[in-house]
Design a protein around this ligand. Structure first.
Ligand code: AMP
Length: 215
């Protein structure tokens, strides 16, 4: 199963992909996380950090090099869930040799996104996502999974969020047109900010079952 989970920043891509990954027994590949983990890289660390702090896209050659390396690892042999890639049509073309089964397109309003991202927290060790309003950890400031510290990402500040949404509208949304005739796109709407991740994951699974996926 090769899935792309698609949608604006804050639409829940990472949250749902991390829950879908054990269900299908395939890895969750987040380019945002791969790049965050590479911020100390000698060659690319500085440029990655600079782009991420401003909410701008990291240069395509760097992203593609890191992504292809990851996709060539043995755990991706049976498939993967791609989160955060492709961010524009040029990036989509770079993986045109890899057959994709479905695109899960998360449809969420800007209102929900801004509220959600400004209250989002992420584990600095394992990357698990929380929200101080409605997806709280058991112990304040600590990750339920690994005990790591929960931090606010520097690109989850309001002015950077607006920049990321602008890039999404201008560059990322057109990716759907590129895939329209190539890959089945499944729209998943989220109208309620309080909809639990479990509820949304079930909605995704139901939609996949309708497409004949046995899960
Ligand atoms: P995300 O975790 O997907 O919200 O990504 C956080 C940041 O990482 C983005 O604002 C970009 O700076 C960078 N990034 C993630 N994925 C990509 C990509 N496919 N191409 C370029 N930059 C990316």
């Amino acid at each position: 199963m090769r899935l792309i989970i698609f949608g604006p920043p804050g639409s829940g891509k990472g949250t749902y992909a991390s829950r879908l990954s054990p269900i299908f027994n395939i890895p969750h590949i987040s380019t945002g996380q791969i790049l965050r983990d590479a911020r100390n890289d000698q060659k690319y660390g500085t440029i990655i950090k600079e782009c991420q702090e401003k909410g701008e896209l990291v240069p395509i050659d760097i992203v593609v090099e890191m992504l292809k390396k990851k996709l060539s690892e043995p755990d991706c042999k049976n498939g993967f869930i791609l989160d955060g890639y492709p961010r524009n049509v040029e990036q989509a073309k770079k993986i045109s040799d890899i057959p994709i089964d479905f695109i899960i397109n998360l449809v969420v309003s800007d209102d929900i996104i801004i509220k959600r991202l400004s209250s989002r927290r992420q584990c600095d060790k394992c990357g698990e996502i929380y929200n101080i309003l409605y997806l709280k950890p058991k112990e304040e400031g600590k990750c339920d999974k690994c005990g790591g510290n929960l931090i606010q990402r520097d690109d989850d500040k309001e002015d950077v969020i607006k920049e990321r949404l602008k890039i999404y509208e201008e560059e990322t949304r057109p990716v759907l047109d590129y895939y329209k005739r190539k890959v089945k796109i499944i729209d998943i709407e989220c109208r309620d900010i309080n909809a639990s991740p479990d509820f949304m994951v079930e909605k995704i699974l139901t939609a996949l079952r309708k497409e004949g996926v046995k899960v």
